[in-house]
Ligand binder design. Sequence first.
Ligand code: GDP
Length: 371
Amino acid sequence: MDDQNACHSESKSALSVNSGIEQPVSVDPKAAQRFIGKRKTILSPSEYIDGILTGNRTILSRAITLIESHRHEHAEIGQEIISGCLPHSGKAIRIGITGVPGVGKSSFIEVLGGRLTQEGKKLAVLAIDPSSERSKGSILGDKTRMETLSSDPHAFIRPSPAAGSLGGVARKTRETMILCEAAGFDVIFIETVGVGQSETAVHSMVDFFLLLMLAGAGDELQGIKRGIMEMADTIAITKADGDNVRASELACMEYRSALRLFPPAESGWSPQVISVSARENRGVETLLEIVTDFFNQSRANGFLEKQRKEQSRHWMYTTIQEQLLDGFYRDPQLTHLIREIEKKVMEGQMSSFQGATRLIGEYRKKQEHGH
Ligand code: GDP
C-alpha cells in the first residue's frame, strides 16, 4: 500500500477525530505525512532524535509517520530514530486498556486521562485496531472519540497504524510508545478492542492491563475468553450509574469469585475488580490507587523489570517472524510460483511438505543471489 492510502485509512482509524473538530496542528498526522511526502524535507535521524528529546510534538508525529510507512527508506530512518530514542525510553507507566465495542473505553479514557493531565502528567494514547488488518474501517470506530483529550495540550492521541498484519501494526505501536517515552510522556495508554488476538499483543507491551466489562449483559462470565480475564490486572465494570449500579455491584462480586479460581499470577499481584462510571466520574480515584499499588509492588519485587525484559525478547522474535514471512510473501517473483505449487498440493500432485520445501528453497536461492 502506498503512503497516500496509508494516510487515508489512518484518518478512518481508531481514535481519529471527525472533520469539524479542530486538532492541534502539532498532532495532525496528515500534515506530517504531506510534509514527509516531499523527500527533501525529511530530516536527518539525529534531527528527529533531538526534536523528540526536546518534546517537539511535530517532529514526534513525523517520526511516527516514518515508522508507520511502508516505504523501505522511511522505515530505515525510523529504525535509526528508535535506536536513538531507546536509551531515553522506559520511564513511563504503560497501561493497556481493552473491552468490547461499546463498553465505554473512549469515555473512560477521557475521564481517566483528563484526571492525569490535570495533575500535570503528560499522557499519550495509542491504539491497536485489529480490524486495520483488513483495512475495512475500524472496530474502534469512525465516530468522534475523546473530544476533550484531543484538545488537551498535555495529551497526545495517535490512532492505530493503518493496514498491515496484526503483528506489524502492534510492533509499530510499540515503537511509537518508545518514541513517546523519549519525548517525555509520563503515562502511555494503549487501547484495543476485546474481540481477538490484539489483547495479547497489547498485553505483551504494557505493565498493567485493564479489562473493561459491562454488567448485566446476561452470562457475563461466559462472554469473555478466560485467557483475557487471566491477563487482567484489574477488571473495571463500566457504566456503574443510574439503574445500573446494583447490577454493577453484583457483577463485581461474580468476577471477584471467578478470579479467585485462577492460579496466582507470576507477578504476585492479586487482580482487583472495581466498578466505574465515566458519566459520574466514579471509580477513577480507586483505579489510580490500584495502579499506584501495582507499580509499587512490582517495582519492589523486581517483576516490572523482569517483565519488560521478557517483552523486549518477545518482540525480537515476533519481529523475526513478521519480517521473514513478509519477505517471503511480498516477493513478487515468488507469488506466481506459490500459486502454482499451491494448486499442485491441492490436487494431490505434490505433498504439502514437498510444496513448502520447494518454495522455501526457491526463496533461499534468491536471497543468496541477492535478488
Ligand atoms: P467504546 O466503544 O468502548 O469506546 O465505548 P464509548 O466510550 O464510545 O461508549 C459507548 C456508549 O456507552 C456511548 O453511548 C456512551 O455514551 C455510553 N457510556 C460510556 N460511558 C458511560 C457511563 O459511564 N455511563 C453510562 N450510563 N453510559 C456510558
